[in-house]
Design a protein around this ligand. Structure first.
Ligand code: PLP
Length: 431
Protein backbone atom coordinates (compact mmCIF):
# COMPACT_ATOMS: atom_id res chain seq x y z
CA UNK A 1 0.00 0.00 0.00
CA UNK A 2 1.36 3.41 -0.81
CA UNK A 3 0.09 6.47 1.00
CA UNK A 4 -0.43 9.70 -0.88
CA UNK A 5 0.78 12.99 0.48
CA UNK A 6 -2.38 14.44 2.02
CA UNK A 7 -1.11 17.99 1.71
CA UNK A 8 -1.01 17.62 -2.08
CA UNK A 9 -4.61 16.39 -2.49
CA UNK A 10 -7.13 18.61 -4.23
CA UNK A 11 -10.63 19.23 -2.82
CA UNK A 12 -12.22 16.37 -4.74
CA UNK A 13 -9.55 13.89 -3.67
CA UNK A 14 -9.87 14.98 -0.04
CA UNK A 15 -13.65 14.48 -0.11
CA UNK A 16 -13.26 11.01 -1.64
CA UNK A 17 -10.57 10.03 0.86
CA UNK A 18 -12.62 11.31 3.78
CA UNK A 19 -15.63 9.29 2.65
CA UNK A 20 -13.48 6.17 2.28
CA UNK A 21 -11.90 6.60 5.72
CA UNK A 22 -15.30 7.25 7.31
CA UNK A 23 -16.66 3.99 6.03
CA UNK A 24 -13.54 2.15 7.20
CA UNK A 25 -14.01 3.75 10.62
CA UNK A 26 -17.65 2.60 10.75
CA UNK A 27 -16.50 -0.91 9.90
CA UNK A 28 -14.04 -0.79 12.81
CA UNK A 29 -16.79 0.37 15.13
CA UNK A 30 -18.94 -2.56 14.07
CA UNK A 31 -16.18 -4.99 15.12
CA UNK A 32 -16.81 -4.09 18.79
CA UNK A 33 -13.09 -3.99 19.63
CA UNK A 34 -12.07 -3.67 23.26
CA UNK A 35 -8.32 -3.07 23.39
CA UNK A 36 -6.30 -1.20 25.97
CA UNK A 37 -2.96 0.32 24.95
CA UNK A 38 -3.00 2.98 27.62
CA UNK A 39 -0.20 1.77 29.93
CA UNK A 40 3.21 0.23 29.39
CA UNK A 41 2.71 -3.11 31.05
CA UNK A 42 4.55 -6.36 30.39
CA UNK A 43 2.40 -8.95 28.62
CA UNK A 44 1.51 -12.21 30.40
CA UNK A 45 4.13 -14.17 28.39
CA UNK A 46 6.81 -11.75 29.65
CA UNK A 47 5.69 -12.31 33.24
CA UNK A 48 5.84 -16.05 32.65
CA UNK A 49 9.56 -15.77 31.80
CA UNK A 50 10.29 -15.28 35.50
CA UNK A 51 8.50 -18.45 36.60
CA UNK A 52 11.71 -19.81 38.17
CA UNK A 53 11.84 -16.83 40.50
CA UNK A 54 9.19 -18.33 42.74
CA UNK A 55 10.67 -21.82 42.92
CA UNK A 56 11.88 -21.47 46.49
CA UNK A 57 10.36 -24.83 47.45
CA UNK A 58 11.33 -27.30 50.14
CA UNK A 59 14.82 -26.93 51.55
CA UNK A 60 15.15 -23.39 50.19
CA UNK A 61 17.43 -21.50 52.53
CA UNK A 62 16.56 -17.91 53.21
CA UNK A 63 20.01 -16.92 54.42
CA UNK A 64 21.66 -14.23 52.34
CA UNK A 65 25.35 -13.74 51.59
CA UNK A 66 25.77 -11.69 54.77
CA UNK A 67 24.42 -14.60 56.81
CA UNK A 68 21.14 -12.81 57.54
CA UNK A 69 17.84 -14.67 57.47
CA UNK A 70 15.89 -12.72 54.87
CA UNK A 71 12.62 -13.64 56.55
CA UNK A 72 13.53 -11.69 59.64
CA UNK A 73 13.97 -8.01 60.46
CA UNK A 74 17.34 -6.41 59.88
CA UNK A 75 19.62 -5.32 57.06
CA UNK A 76 17.74 -2.13 56.16
CA UNK A 77 19.85 -1.49 53.04
CA UNK A 78 18.70 -4.81 51.60
CA UNK A 79 20.16 -8.16 50.57
CA UNK A 80 23.81 -7.60 49.53
CA UNK A 81 23.72 -9.88 46.47
CA UNK A 82 20.79 -7.90 45.03
CA UNK A 83 22.47 -4.58 45.80
CA UNK A 84 25.51 -5.87 43.91
CA UNK A 85 23.39 -6.61 40.83
CA UNK A 86 21.81 -3.14 40.89
CA UNK A 87 25.26 -1.61 41.44
CA UNK A 88 26.54 -3.29 38.26
CA UNK A 89 23.44 -2.25 36.33
CA UNK A 90 23.94 1.37 37.34
CA UNK A 91 27.74 1.34 37.16
CA UNK A 92 28.23 2.30 40.81
CA UNK A 93 29.77 0.69 43.88
CA UNK A 94 27.62 -1.56 46.06
CA UNK A 95 28.06 0.86 48.95
CA UNK A 96 26.19 3.43 46.88
CA UNK A 97 23.02 1.29 46.59
CA UNK A 98 20.04 0.58 48.82
CA UNK A 99 17.62 -2.11 47.67
CA UNK A 100 13.96 -1.31 48.19
CA UNK A 101 10.50 -2.74 47.74
CA UNK A 102 8.58 -3.46 44.59
CA UNK A 103 8.35 0.12 43.34
CA UNK A 104 11.07 2.57 42.35
CA UNK A 105 8.37 5.22 41.90
CA UNK A 106 7.73 4.82 45.61
CA UNK A 107 11.43 5.57 46.31
CA UNK A 108 11.26 8.62 44.04
CA UNK A 109 8.17 9.88 45.84
CA UNK A 110 9.90 9.33 49.19
CA UNK A 111 12.93 11.28 47.98
CA UNK A 112 10.87 14.28 46.88
CA UNK A 113 8.80 14.04 50.05
CA UNK A 114 11.98 14.04 52.17
CA UNK A 115 13.37 17.00 50.25
CA UNK A 116 10.10 18.78 50.96
CA UNK A 117 9.86 18.03 54.67
CA UNK A 118 13.53 17.82 55.71
CA UNK A 119 15.67 18.87 52.76
CA UNK A 120 18.37 16.78 51.09
CA UNK A 121 21.94 16.58 52.44
CA UNK A 122 23.01 19.45 50.18
CA UNK A 123 19.96 21.63 51.04
CA UNK A 124 20.07 24.79 53.11
CA UNK A 125 16.48 24.22 54.23
CA UNK A 126 13.53 21.93 53.44
CA UNK A 127 11.97 22.65 50.06
CA UNK A 128 8.60 23.11 51.74
CA UNK A 129 9.96 26.26 53.39
CA UNK A 130 10.33 28.04 50.06
CA UNK A 131 7.51 30.14 48.61
CA UNK A 132 8.02 28.54 45.24
CA UNK A 133 9.79 25.45 43.93
CA UNK A 134 10.13 24.69 40.25
CA UNK A 135 11.07 21.41 38.61
CA UNK A 136 12.27 20.81 35.06
CA UNK A 137 10.21 18.26 33.16
CA UNK A 138 11.69 17.18 29.83
CA UNK A 139 8.65 16.55 27.66
CA UNK A 140 7.27 14.31 26.41
CA UNK A 141 8.13 12.49 29.63
CA UNK A 142 6.70 10.13 32.24
CA UNK A 143 3.35 11.31 33.56
CA UNK A 144 3.86 9.80 37.01
CA UNK A 145 7.13 11.71 37.50
CA UNK A 146 5.36 14.94 36.74
CA UNK A 147 2.48 13.94 39.02
CA UNK A 148 4.86 13.49 41.99
CA UNK A 149 6.30 17.00 41.73
CA UNK A 150 2.88 18.48 40.98
CA UNK A 151 1.51 16.74 44.06
CA UNK A 152 3.96 18.67 46.24
CA UNK A 153 2.90 21.94 44.63
CA UNK A 154 6.02 22.48 42.54
CA UNK A 155 5.70 24.44 39.34
CA UNK A 156 6.47 22.14 36.42
CA UNK A 157 8.63 23.65 33.71
CA UNK A 158 8.49 22.01 30.34
CA UNK A 159 11.71 21.60 28.39
CA UNK A 160 11.81 19.97 25.00
CA UNK A 161 13.08 16.41 24.73
CA UNK A 162 15.47 15.93 21.82
CA UNK A 163 16.90 12.74 20.34
CA UNK A 164 19.91 12.92 22.68
CA UNK A 165 18.10 13.99 25.85
CA UNK A 166 16.59 17.23 27.09
CA UNK A 167 17.31 20.54 25.36
CA UNK A 168 20.42 21.28 27.41
CA UNK A 169 20.66 24.94 26.43
CA UNK A 170 17.25 25.47 28.02
CA UNK A 171 18.08 23.28 31.04
CA UNK A 172 21.34 25.15 31.70
CA UNK A 173 19.64 28.51 31.33
CA UNK A 174 16.89 27.58 33.79
CA UNK A 175 19.19 25.94 36.34
CA UNK A 176 21.69 28.79 36.33
CA UNK A 177 19.24 31.65 36.44
CA UNK A 178 16.63 30.69 38.99
CA UNK A 179 17.27 29.58 42.56
CA UNK A 180 13.78 28.14 42.85
CA UNK A 181 14.55 25.59 40.09
CA UNK A 182 15.42 22.63 42.30
CA UNK A 183 15.78 19.77 39.92
CA UNK A 184 15.00 17.79 36.81
CA UNK A 185 13.41 14.44 35.96
CA UNK A 186 15.57 12.25 33.72
CA UNK A 187 15.08 8.83 32.14
CA UNK A 188 18.52 8.48 30.58
CA UNK A 189 18.09 5.26 28.63
CA UNK A 190 15.14 4.45 26.35
CA UNK A 191 13.26 7.35 27.82
CA UNK A 192 9.54 7.07 28.44
CA UNK A 193 7.93 7.75 25.97
CA UNK A 194 10.24 8.74 23.08
CA UNK A 195 12.76 5.92 23.58
CA UNK A 196 15.71 8.30 23.22
CA UNK A 197 19.06 7.64 24.93
CA UNK A 198 20.91 10.56 26.50
CA UNK A 199 24.22 11.33 24.82
CA UNK A 200 27.41 11.44 26.88
CA UNK A 201 27.58 15.16 26.18
CA UNK A 202 24.10 15.70 27.65
CA UNK A 203 25.04 13.69 30.73
CA UNK A 204 28.30 15.60 31.20
CA UNK A 205 26.49 18.93 30.87
CA UNK A 206 23.92 17.88 33.48
CA UNK A 207 26.68 16.93 35.91
CA UNK A 208 28.74 20.06 35.57
CA UNK A 209 26.23 22.79 34.75
CA UNK A 210 26.02 25.86 36.98
CA UNK A 211 23.00 25.73 39.25
CA UNK A 212 21.63 28.69 41.18
CA UNK A 213 20.15 26.27 43.72
CA UNK A 214 22.89 24.64 45.77
CA UNK A 215 20.70 21.58 46.17
CA UNK A 216 19.68 21.17 42.52
CA UNK A 217 18.77 17.48 42.20
CA UNK A 218 18.73 15.22 39.16
CA UNK A 219 16.13 12.49 39.58
CA UNK A 220 17.90 9.87 37.45
CA UNK A 221 15.33 7.17 36.77
CA UNK A 222 17.08 4.36 34.95
CA UNK A 223 13.86 2.37 34.60
CA UNK A 224 14.80 1.08 31.12
CA UNK A 225 18.60 0.89 31.44
CA UNK A 226 18.80 -2.75 30.34
CA UNK A 227 15.65 -2.92 28.22
CA UNK A 228 17.29 -3.16 24.84
CA UNK A 229 15.67 -4.82 21.83
CA UNK A 230 18.98 -5.30 19.99
CA UNK A 231 22.31 -6.41 21.45
CA UNK A 232 23.72 -5.15 24.70
CA UNK A 233 22.24 -2.25 26.68
CA UNK A 234 23.67 1.12 25.64
CA UNK A 235 26.70 2.25 27.62
CA UNK A 236 26.18 5.78 28.83
CA UNK A 237 28.47 8.15 30.75
CA UNK A 238 28.55 7.56 34.51
CA UNK A 239 26.68 10.50 35.96
CA UNK A 240 27.52 9.80 39.61
CA UNK A 241 31.24 9.80 38.81
CA UNK A 242 30.83 12.97 36.74
CA UNK A 243 28.96 14.72 39.57
CA UNK A 244 31.64 13.64 42.06
CA UNK A 245 34.32 14.98 39.74
CA UNK A 246 32.42 18.24 39.33
CA UNK A 247 32.33 18.64 43.12
CA UNK A 248 28.58 18.03 43.46
CA UNK A 249 28.24 14.32 44.37
CA UNK A 250 24.80 14.91 45.88
CA UNK A 251 23.39 16.35 42.68
CA UNK A 252 22.23 13.02 41.26
CA UNK A 253 19.99 10.38 42.84
CA UNK A 254 19.54 7.22 40.78
CA UNK A 255 16.66 4.77 40.70
CA UNK A 256 15.93 1.46 39.00
CA UNK A 257 13.72 -1.57 39.43
CA UNK A 258 13.01 -4.99 38.02
CA UNK A 259 9.40 -4.11 37.23
CA UNK A 260 10.03 -4.81 33.54
CA UNK A 261 12.66 -7.49 34.17
CA UNK A 262 10.67 -9.81 36.43
CA UNK A 263 7.27 -8.69 37.72
CA UNK A 264 5.79 -5.22 37.27
CA UNK A 265 3.71 -5.62 40.40
CA UNK A 266 6.12 -7.64 42.51
CA UNK A 267 9.68 -6.83 41.53
CA UNK A 268 12.43 -5.12 43.52
CA UNK A 269 13.83 -1.60 43.28
CA UNK A 270 16.80 0.46 44.34
CA UNK A 271 17.97 3.96 45.06
CA UNK A 272 21.62 4.89 44.52
CA UNK A 273 23.75 7.96 45.04
CA UNK A 274 26.67 9.44 46.91
CA UNK A 275 27.47 8.25 50.42
CA UNK A 276 25.98 11.47 51.78
CA UNK A 277 22.76 10.92 49.86
CA UNK A 278 22.47 7.34 51.05
CA UNK A 279 23.22 8.16 54.69
CA UNK A 280 20.38 10.68 54.65
CA UNK A 281 18.06 8.27 52.84
CA UNK A 282 18.85 5.49 55.33
CA UNK A 283 18.13 7.76 58.26
CA UNK A 284 14.70 8.64 56.99
CA UNK A 285 13.95 5.10 55.78
CA UNK A 286 14.73 3.77 59.25
CA UNK A 287 11.83 5.84 60.58
CA UNK A 288 9.56 4.71 57.78
CA UNK A 289 10.28 0.96 57.73
CA UNK A 290 12.33 -1.68 59.54
CA UNK A 291 13.21 -3.01 56.14
CA UNK A 292 11.83 -3.84 52.70
CA UNK A 293 10.81 -7.32 51.57
CA UNK A 294 14.12 -9.19 51.73
CA UNK A 295 12.61 -12.54 50.81
CA UNK A 296 11.66 -11.11 47.42
CA UNK A 297 15.06 -9.42 47.17
CA UNK A 298 16.85 -12.71 47.81
CA UNK A 299 14.65 -14.62 45.37
CA UNK A 300 15.42 -11.98 42.76
CA UNK A 301 19.16 -12.11 43.39
CA UNK A 302 19.18 -15.90 43.09
CA UNK A 303 17.07 -15.84 39.94
CA UNK A 304 19.01 -13.06 38.19
CA UNK A 305 22.42 -14.21 39.53
CA UNK A 306 24.44 -11.23 38.31
CA UNK A 307 24.47 -8.51 35.66
CA UNK A 308 25.09 -11.08 32.92
CA UNK A 309 22.06 -12.96 34.21
CA UNK A 310 20.00 -9.76 33.93
CA UNK A 311 21.16 -9.31 30.35
CA UNK A 312 20.24 -12.92 29.55
CA UNK A 313 16.72 -12.38 30.93
CA UNK A 314 16.41 -9.17 28.93
CA UNK A 315 17.35 -11.01 25.73
CA UNK A 316 14.34 -13.26 26.31
CA UNK A 317 12.12 -10.21 26.82
CA UNK A 318 13.57 -8.72 23.64
CA UNK A 319 12.56 -11.85 21.70
CA UNK A 320 8.97 -11.26 22.77
CA UNK A 321 9.00 -7.48 22.35
CA UNK A 322 10.95 -7.09 19.12
CA UNK A 323 8.11 -8.38 16.90
CA UNK A 324 5.72 -5.95 18.61
CA UNK A 325 7.91 -2.88 18.16
CA UNK A 326 8.74 -3.92 14.61
CA UNK A 327 5.05 -4.41 13.86
CA UNK A 328 4.25 -0.89 15.10
CA UNK A 329 7.07 0.52 12.96
CA UNK A 330 5.97 -1.35 9.84
CA UNK A 331 2.28 -0.48 10.32
CA UNK A 332 3.04 3.21 10.84
CA UNK A 333 5.38 3.24 7.86
CA UNK A 334 2.97 1.42 5.59
CA UNK A 335 -0.14 3.34 6.59
CA UNK A 336 1.20 6.81 7.38
CA UNK A 337 4.61 7.03 5.70
CA UNK A 338 4.64 9.82 3.12
CA UNK A 339 1.17 11.07 4.12
CA UNK A 340 2.54 14.07 5.99
CA UNK A 341 -0.07 13.32 8.67
CA UNK A 342 2.36 12.07 11.34
CA UNK A 343 5.92 11.30 12.38
CA UNK A 344 7.10 8.89 15.05
CA UNK A 345 10.10 7.55 16.93
CA UNK A 346 11.74 4.18 16.25
CA UNK A 347 13.25 3.24 19.61
CA UNK A 348 15.77 0.44 20.06
CA UNK A 349 14.49 -0.39 23.52
CA UNK A 350 12.19 0.64 26.34
CA UNK A 351 8.44 0.36 26.41
CA UNK A 352 7.03 3.07 24.16
CA UNK A 353 6.86 4.71 20.77
CA UNK A 354 6.04 8.42 20.45
CA UNK A 355 3.72 9.37 17.62
CA UNK A 356 3.32 13.01 16.60
CA UNK A 357 0.26 14.09 14.64
CA UNK A 358 -0.13 17.51 13.08
CA UNK A 359 -0.84 20.19 15.68
CA UNK A 360 -4.21 20.32 17.40
CA UNK A 361 -5.08 16.73 16.48
CA UNK A 362 -3.75 14.29 19.09
CA UNK A 363 -6.76 14.58 21.40
CA UNK A 364 -9.06 13.98 18.48
CA UNK A 365 -7.12 10.88 17.42
CA UNK A 366 -7.33 9.44 20.93
CA UNK A 367 -11.06 10.23 21.00
CA UNK A 368 -11.66 8.60 17.63
CA UNK A 369 -9.71 5.48 18.70
CA UNK A 370 -11.73 5.25 21.92
CA UNK A 371 -14.92 5.59 19.87
CA UNK A 372 -13.97 2.43 18.00
CA UNK A 373 -12.83 0.46 21.04
CA UNK A 374 -9.08 1.15 21.40
CA UNK A 375 -8.01 2.94 24.55
CA UNK A 376 -4.77 4.92 24.30
CA UNK A 377 -2.91 6.97 26.90
CA UNK A 378 -4.70 10.31 27.12
CA UNK A 379 -3.28 12.88 24.70
CA UNK A 380 -1.20 15.36 26.65
CA UNK A 381 -0.46 12.86 29.46
CA UNK A 382 3.27 13.01 28.73
CA UNK A 383 3.42 16.77 29.40
CA UNK A 384 3.31 18.81 32.61
CA UNK A 385 -0.28 19.32 33.80
CA UNK A 386 -1.32 16.86 31.07
CA UNK A 387 -1.23 19.72 28.57
CA UNK A 388 0.62 19.19 25.34
CA UNK A 389 0.87 22.75 24.01
CA UNK A 390 0.87 21.51 20.41
CA UNK A 391 -1.72 18.77 21.06
CA UNK A 392 0.29 16.52 18.78
CA UNK A 393 1.83 13.77 20.93
CA UNK A 394 0.45 10.27 21.40
CA UNK A 395 2.21 7.60 23.46
CA UNK A 396 1.99 4.13 21.95
CA UNK A 397 2.49 1.27 24.41
CA UNK A 398 2.96 -1.87 22.31
CA UNK A 399 4.02 -4.36 24.99
CA UNK A 400 0.78 -5.66 26.49
CA UNK A 401 -1.49 -6.52 23.55
CA UNK A 402 -0.94 -9.68 21.53
CA UNK A 403 0.50 -9.26 18.04
CA UNK A 404 -2.95 -9.71 16.53
CA UNK A 405 -4.50 -7.11 18.82
CA UNK A 406 -1.61 -4.75 18.22
CA UNK A 407 -2.03 -4.99 14.47
CA UNK A 408 -5.73 -4.16 14.76
CA UNK A 409 -4.99 -1.29 17.15
CA UNK A 410 -2.32 0.13 14.81
CA UNK A 411 -4.64 -0.11 11.81
CA UNK A 412 -7.28 1.85 13.69
CA UNK A 413 -4.76 4.33 15.07
CA UNK A 414 -3.42 5.12 11.59
CA UNK A 415 -6.94 5.44 10.24
CA UNK A 416 -7.81 7.88 13.04
CA UNK A 417 -4.63 9.90 12.46
CA UNK A 418 -5.63 10.34 8.83
CA UNK A 419 -9.24 11.12 9.72
CA UNK A 420 -8.18 13.72 12.26
CA UNK A 421 -5.82 15.25 9.72
CA UNK A 422 -8.54 15.57 7.11
CA UNK A 423 -11.06 16.83 9.67
CA UNK A 424 -8.60 19.52 10.66
CA UNK A 425 -7.93 20.50 7.06
CA UNK A 426 -11.55 20.47 5.90
CA UNK A 427 -13.49 21.36 9.05
CA UNK A 428 -15.58 18.18 8.60
CA UNK A 429 -16.22 15.88 11.56
CA UNK A 430 -16.77 12.17 11.86
CA UNK A 431 -19.17 10.94 14.56
N1 PLP B 1 9.91 4.98 35.83
C1 PLP B 1 9.52 4.97 34.56
C2 PLP B 1 10.21 5.83 33.57
C3 PLP B 1 8.45 4.16 34.17
O1 PLP B 1 8.06 4.16 32.89
C4 PLP B 1 7.81 3.34 35.12
C5 PLP B 1 6.68 2.50 34.77
O2 PLP B 1 6.15 2.51 33.71
C6 PLP B 1 8.27 3.41 36.44
C7 PLP B 1 9.32 4.23 36.77
C8 PLP B 1 7.61 2.60 37.51
O3 PLP B 1 8.58 1.83 38.12
P1 PLP B 1 8.27 0.94 39.39
O4 PLP B 1 7.36 -0.15 38.96
O5 PLP B 1 9.61 0.47 39.80
O6 PLP B 1 7.63 1.83 40.42
Amino acid sequence: MSVCDYSKMNGKEVAAELARLKSEYEAFKAQGLKLDMSRGKPAPDQLDLAADLLKSGEGYDFIDSAGIDSRNYGEPTGVPELRAIFADMLGVDIKNVIAGGNSSLNLMYDTISRAYTHGLPHSEKPWGKYDKIKFICPSPGYDRHFAVTEHFGFELIEVEMNDDGPDMDAVERLAASDESVKGIWCIPVFSNPTGCVYSDETIARLAKMKCAAKDFTIMWDNAYGVHTLYGDPPKTANILELCERAGCPERVIMFASTSKITYAGAGVSCVAGSEGTLEAAKKSMSIMTIGYDKVNQLMHARYLKDYNGVKAVMRRHAELLKPKFELVESELKERLGGSGAARWTTPEGGYFVSLYTIDASAKRVVELCAGAGVKLTGAGAAYPYKKDPADSHIRIAPTYPSLGELKKACELLCLCVKLAYLERKTGATVD
